[in-house]
Design a protein around this ligand. Sequence first.
Ligand code: HEM
Ligand code: HEM
Length: 176
Amino acid sequence: MRNTDQDWGTLSKLFHWLTALLIFIQIPLGFYAEEIKDSPFRPELFVIHKSLGMIVLILVIERLLWRIMGTVPEIPNASEMQRRLAQLAHGLLYGLMLLIPISGWVITSAANKPLNFFWLFDIPAITGPDKALKSLAVDVHVICVFILIAVLVAHIGAALHHHFKRRDSVLKRMWF
Ligand code: HEM
Ligand code: HEM
């Protein structure tokens, strides 16, 4: 269950792949829902977008707590510089995975719109109605998404490079 100095534990792997799956759904879903301005499905798609995004937020908080409570395996077959770059990319990914859903929550709150969790219940607002704050939060949300896409290209590229070029265990040990 726990991480060791060599390997990721099952819970860390579950967190990683579950958040990865949700992020891969959220990015196209967000762009698509934003695109279909007059469609009757738009509000329903936003219910799904906001609910999945709040699940990402909860998962990332749990994941960071779990990470702080345990150890993190060393990256094999990497120079000091590459290790630092990987740490920087992972730190950025965690920061963005927090900032994106929180800014989304602020957009909805400041726009005075409901945050309905899968048509089950409403999640309370974190700010009062505020037009200026809403447009600031939209900028943060969208800019962070573009930064996330760029960091993910590097992250996935690095994982594939380890697997196919260096043929080491970096990608395999993140799998089950
Ligand atoms: C096809 C997609 C992906 C692949 C192949 C992949 C691969 C990997 C691998 C191999 C590691 C382990 C690196 C190591 O051992 O140090 C890792 C760690 C990590 N990945 Fe991914 N990843 C993918 C998608 C994502 C996505 C979408 C996110 C989040 C937006 C993400 C966030 C992270 C983070 C934060 C870590 C560091 C874990 C930690 O140190 O706590 N990954 N990834
Ligand atoms: C993993 C988390 C999330 C990702 C990757 C994500 C991604 C996106 C993307 C790609 C867009 C389209 C941007 C555009 O074209 O303008 C978007 C828009 C939006 N998202 Fe998210 N989102 C996430 C979480 C959330 C959460 C938790 C909420 C609300 C609680 C939310 C609310 C919104 C809203 C209201 C918009 C429309 C913004 C506008 O008016 O332009 N998002 N999101």
